[in-house]
Design a protein around this ligand. Structure first.
Ligand SMILES: NC(=O)c1ccc[n+]([C@@H]2O[C@H](COP(=O)([O-])OP(=O)(O)OC[C@H]3O[C@@H](n4cnc5c(N)ncnc54)[C@H](O)[C@@H]3O)[C@@H](O)[C@H]2O)c1
Length: 279
């Protein structure tokens, strides 16, 4: 359950949040948690998401401005950064919660990728982080000590067959975060990725076999799968001054999934399965 108590961890901080589409979105909950902790921020999403999503509702609740931006287009990203800084001044935090694979949407297997679509997957899901940070550097848009968090998935390290070219996109995303973290540290600016466990959102549910992956992770993780609200609280801690020496990390927020080999529950399930096969 989300804690509704504010710890004022982000009092006076200003941010920019990418990727809130509807109430299930992880970014939606990050926005609510940032508001609770005293931050102000702008919300942004692709033009089509603004048309069909529910971002206006979130903007109302959080008192935020909504700015349209397709993250694959550098000019739009640069304009977005200009607008945000002109309106509210330099940024203290950014959430990058953007991901999409047209190959997955079309059901293309990893051995039969459409390369034009692969380019789109990489542009939207990974290179967009580079574009955002390059625009911020170019426009001197980040305050000293700012914190950038991009959401990733364990497909960057281990292959999840149904995650197809998103495995590659997340590996690239994490590398871009490290590269910028290395270059921005002189100003105390942190860049990290949070590798979230499976969460029932629009992007998550769009992946074939998602329910099976969700159940498997739930059974393997000692703490169970993390919710979007729990992810939001973790992101708040990374935006806060309590984590000012954490940078260039891929931080697993997955209930222990990434480190556990097998659980009692899975051993039991597999034993039952093989017993029923041997009957
Ligand atoms: N849901 C999960 O299981 C899970 C697990 C680990 C990591 N993540 C990551 O968390 C992030 C947020 O995903 P989510 O699960 O909240 O789903 P979501 O569908 O709510 O969020 C994805 C967002 O990306 C936006 N987007 C897509 N193309 C865009 C473009 N061209 N320009 C701007 N925005 C664009 C969508 O409009 C949407 O708001 C993604 O990076 C996703 O890969 C999700």
């Amino acid at each position: 359950m989300t804690q509704n108590i504010s710890h004022n961890l982000l009092n006076g901080k200003k941010g920019l949040i990418f990727g809130a589409l509807d109430e299930r979105s992880i970014a939606w909950h990050v926005a609510l948690a940032c508001k609770r902790e005293g931050a102000s921020f702008a919300l942004t999403n692709a033009p089509i998401a603004l048309r069909f999503g529910a971002l206006d509702q979130l903007a109302k609740v959080t008192g935020s401005q909504v700015i349209s931006c397709d993250v694959s287009d550098y000019e739009q990203v640069a304009n977005l950064v200009d607008t945000v800084v002109d309106n509210d001044g330099k940024l203290d935090f950014i959430l990058h919660a953007v991901g999409m694979s047209p190959n997955i949407r079309k059901g293309n297997d990893y051995t039969k990728l459409n390369y034009k679509l692969l380019q789109q997957t990489l542009e939207i899901s990974a290179i967009s982080l580079h574009k955002v940070l390059q625009a911020c550097v170019e426009k001197d848009a980040l305050n000293d000590g700012a914190s950038i968090v991009a959401l990733s998935y364990i497909g960057a390290q281990r292959i999840f067959s149904k995650y197809s070219d998103m495995n590659d996109a997340k590996a690239l995303l994490e590398s871009i975060a490290r590269n910028f973290g290395s270059r921005l540290g002189g100003k105390g600016i942190r860049v990290n990725t949070v590798s979230q466990g499976p969460t029932k959102t629009s992007a998550g549910s769009g992946i074939g076999g998602f329910d099976a992956m969700y159940d498997f992770a739930e059974k393997l993780s000692p703490l169970g799968n993390p919710t979007a609200e729990e992810c939001a609280d973790y992101c708040v801690s990374l935006f806060s001054d309590l984590t000012r020496k954490v940078t260039m990390q891929n931080l697993f927020h997955d209930g222990g999934f990434s480190t556990n080999g097998i659980s009692e529950e899975l051993v039991f399930d597999l034993a039952e399965l093989s017993a029923s096969k041997n009957k």
